[in-house]
Design a protein. Structure first.
Length: 158
């Protein structure tokens, strides 16, 4: 993937800022934190996608056999769930055969007390997702608390 000079500058500035500011003041070696000197672990073995400048995370989990994409909304440290009152999250997926839209619907969880309209878990299924080995995706708009994140991009696998 080619990055424009502006995007590359932004990424480098973000890496430097995270390296300087840190998250909790840890002095652990860089190898334990990843490339930017800082990393969080995905709760469900998926891929973390940062929202804003260390303001939150989406954990993306893809079950190719079932044709299912699940997104968990997490806090900045990817430790706590962030419940949202959304009817759906729209993801635009670009794969080899073009662009498709997938609506992720809210999922309830009786164990945590989450229910549609007050949940951190959203998922969508599509037959076309079963045949896709890799893709790029964009969440066009995601309101979390008092901020709306726009055009959140990620690739699968990372």
């Amino acid at each position: 993937m080619k990055l424009s000079a502006d995007i590359l500058r932004i990424v480098l500035l973000a890496v430097v800022a995270l390296g300087v500011a840190g998250c909790g003041g840890s002095k652990e070696p860089e190898a334990e934190h990843g490339q930017g000197g800082h990393a969080h672990e995905a709760k469900y073995g998926g891929q973390l996608v940062e929202l804003g400048h260390h303001e939150g995370n989406l954990e993306i989990v893809v079950d190719a056999k079932a044709g299912k994409l699940t997104a968990y909304v997490l806090d900045a440290h990817a430790e706590n769930f962030v419940r949202l009152p959304l009817e759906s999250i729209t993801v635009v997926v670009t794969a080899g055969d073009g662009e498709k839209t997938l609506a992720l619907k809210p999922v309830g969880n009786p164990a945590t007390g989450e229910k549609p309209g007050d949940t951190s878990q959203f998922e969508g299924t599509a037959d076309w997702l079963k045949n896709v080995a890799s893709f790029k995706a964009t969440v066009r708009e995601l309101p979390v608390k008092s901020k709306t994140f726009q055009n959140v991009q990620f690739s699968w696998p990372h």
